[in-house]
Design a protein around this ligand. Structure first.
Ligand SMILES: Nc1ncnc2c1ncn2[C@@H]1O[C@H](COP(=O)(O)OP(=O)(O)OP(=O)(O)O)[C@@H](O)[C@H]1O
Length: 319
């Protein structure tokens, strides 16, 4: 069963416990996930939340304790060899030989993957051309920038044209320019139909690239949805700049009474801000209540919370 209608990744009741007895560590505590074909799926979580373990199970490097995981419709435990033929993995640590050029690395890997010399050469040329590395293809990898190295790592995992690519924290330690290059590469891959499971600690990265994100905490998925939906779950941010700061306590009291929570005052800018549950209040009644109470307002607005704020709210702030 690996028709195009099945999800690219389907995980049910997945657990992974390392060790036994007193020393047992539950890395995955019952994960259910479904990733659509051609999607970028962001797996977010703090250190130790279980991201790498999940990727290791899905990429056949670790056997789960219980549960099932299908990649491209293939059971990774029952048929690891067939599953491996469908997946590419770009690990956190580079696997490139720094002394060899990008082209030589891709050729060696192509041969190791079982391609003929001619086929390996063709695929290396194709990848170097496609991912704009041709001009640096014959320099040793040790002379590459961090972004070029990561892109070559990604190319190495694409040699056998995987349908599902696992990218483990692809931009950790990169400068903003190199991060952008990797983001472009991920978007191109997804546009070509490759499913990408991206683990990251950067919420802006998930916000930018992923159609769906899952927040992992202590081996559990604590929230899942589009970045927009997760932001909406924590509501919208209300910001009121007052004409005079002495009215701040009265303003806070009034806002609390109509259901605004997490109130904060910024004295230098005479601004009171707080959170409104999504869809519960609009600006006109808030403004009317303030006017009726004789509170002078210089400016008022509603802001979308960032994915960072959603993450902190949804995971209990254990970033
Ligand atoms: N081989 C192992 N033996 C014992 N415990 C392990 C092993 N691998 C992972 N763990 C534990 O499982 C939990 C999840 O670890 P995992 O590496 O999956 O988290 P992570 O979210 O990928 O973290 P990071 O962002 O640091 O890579 C942690 O408590 C970790 O210590």
């Amino acid at each position: 069963m690996n028709g195009t209608s099945s999800p690219a990744i389907a995980v049910e009741g997945l657990t992974k416990v390392f060790g036994r007895g007193d020393r047992a560590v539950t890395a995955l505590a019952g994960i259910d996930l479904s990733v659509d074909r051609g999607a970028v799926f962001g797996l977010l979580g703090a250190n130790g939340s279980g991201k790498s373990t999940l990727v290791r199970v899905l990429s056949t490097l670790t056997v789960p304790t219980t549960g099932t995981a299908l990649v491209d419709g293939i059971d990774v435990v029952a048929e690891p060899g067939r599953a491996r033929a469908r997946i590419g993995v770009t690990a956190q640590q580079t696997t490139l030989d720094q002394r060899l050029s990008g082209r030589e690395n891709l050729l060696v890997l192509g041969r190791l993957c079982g391609l003929s010399r001619a086929a390996a050469r063709r695929r290396a040329d194709e990848l170097l051309d496609r991912y704009a590395l041709s001009s640096a293809a014959d320099r040793p990898v040790s002379t590459y920038s961090g972004g070029m190295r990561r892109r070559t790592d990604i190319m190495a995992s694409l040699i056998l044209r995987p349908t599902v690519l696992f990218l483990d924290e692809p931009t950790t330690g990169l400068d903003p320019h190199s991060r952008n290059e990797i983001w472009d590469t991920v978007q191109e891959l997804a546009a070509e139909g490759t499913t990408v499971l991206l683990t990251t600690q950067y919420l802006d990265e998930a916000d930018r690239l992923a159609q769906t994100v899952a927040l992992l905490e202590s081996g559990h998925v604590v929230a899942e949805g589009t970045p927009q939906a997760l932001k909406e779950r924590i509501g919208v941010q209300l910001r009121i700049q007052l004409q005079e700061l002495p009215t701040a306590p009265a303003t806070q009291e009034l806002l609390r009474a109509i259901g605004v929570v997490d109130l904060e005052v910024d004295e230098p800018s005479a601004t009171v801000s707080g959170l409104i549950a999504a869809g519960s209040l609009t600006l006109p009644p808030i403004l009317a209540a303030l006017t009726d109470a004789g509170i002078g307002v210089r400016d008022i607005g509603l802001d979308q919370p960032t994915l960072d704020q959603a993450y902190l709210a949804l995971t209990g702030g254990t970033r």
